[in-house]
Design a protein. Structure first.
Length: 278
């Protein structure tokens, strides 16, 4: 099975489906990532704040998979935006991961009350130029954060990783990304189990029509919209299921029915609001 790769605005490419280790306990991370790599995942998404970079690194080291076949993302935490802290932070992450370079480094949250996200991204540009990361981007940035960052640094992030699922489709951020050549990555692509996504007729009917699970139908919806996803699980059978989403295609009508699940008033959000994380 070949996972499609999408080109980023800096010329690098990223596997469209990966494995996310948010909330994977550090003691279980090496085993979980090892299983994911064995099953066929090559894109791993972690973050300093997850506390499990060492487990990711151990799994990579023992996998025997050539480094150039892997795509590893980690993220700069909110208390490391200032001064030259981003360089120290990526150094710590690289040491834990056992890598000389990550493929993508993100500013995890804008923390607008501290007003230091532009400085943080400017430092990421330096880290990219120094060869510590191949690509740079942001996470949880709203359009005003994105516009200011680009205006003041002159660099467009390669990706914006945001909460995105059928009840909260982020049309404003997606439109801005499409207009500016930025790839959208969805965290919580299945709604984190915080609402009955799988029980909605649009999802259930699409799944039944293709003989797949509701989760597979939702992941397929993301993929056909050009979104990068990394569903999280520690169960091997679910890891396999989440990867097995390339043998069918949703119809235009099925996609439209899932599109219609967003109430468009922001009430579908299940995570924190970016303006309130500081």
């Amino acid at each position: 099975m070949t996972i499609p790769a999408l080109e980023l605005n800096d010329g690098n490419s990223i596997p469209q489906l990966g494995y996310g280790v948010f909330k994977v306990p550090p003691a279980e991370t090496e085993k979980a990532v090892s299983e994911a790599l064995e099953i066929g995942y090559r894109h791993i998404d972690t973050a300093a704040i997850y506390g499990n970079e060492e487990g990711v690194g151990a799994a990579i080291a023992s996998s025997g998979i050539p480094r150039e076949e892997l795509f590893v993302t980690t993220k700069l935490w909110n208390d490391r935006h200032h001064d030259d802290e981003p360089r120290a932070a990526i150094g710590e992450s690289l040491e834990k991961l056992g890598l000389e370079q990550v493929d993508l480094y993100l500013v995890h949250w804008p923390t607008p009350a501290k007003d230091d996200y532009v400085h943080a991204f400017a430092k990421l540009i330096e880290l990219r130029d120094a060869g510590l990361t191949r690509s740079i981007g942001v996470s949880n940035f709203l359009v005003p954060h994105l516009e200011r960052t680009v205006k003041e640094t002159g660099v467009v992030p390669a990706v914006n990783q945001i909460e995105l699922h059928p009840a909260y489709q982020r049309r404003e951020e997606v439109a801005w990304a499409e207009a500016n050549g930025v790839r959208i990555e969805a965290w919580g692509p299945l709604g984190q189990g915080k609402y009955d996504l799988f029980g909605t007729p649009a999802i259930a009917e699409a799944a039944a029509a293709h003989g797949v699970t509701p989760a597979q139908a939702v992941l397929r919806w993301h993929l056909q919209k050009g979104i990068i996803v990394f569903p999280k699980s520690v169960r091997p059978e679910r890891l396999r299921e989440n990867l097995d989403v390339f043998g069918f295609e949703l119809t235009d009508a099925e996609i439209a029915a899932i599109d219609a699940l967003d109430p468009l008033d922001g009430s579908g959000r299940v995570g924190s609001h970016p303006d309130e994380v500081n």
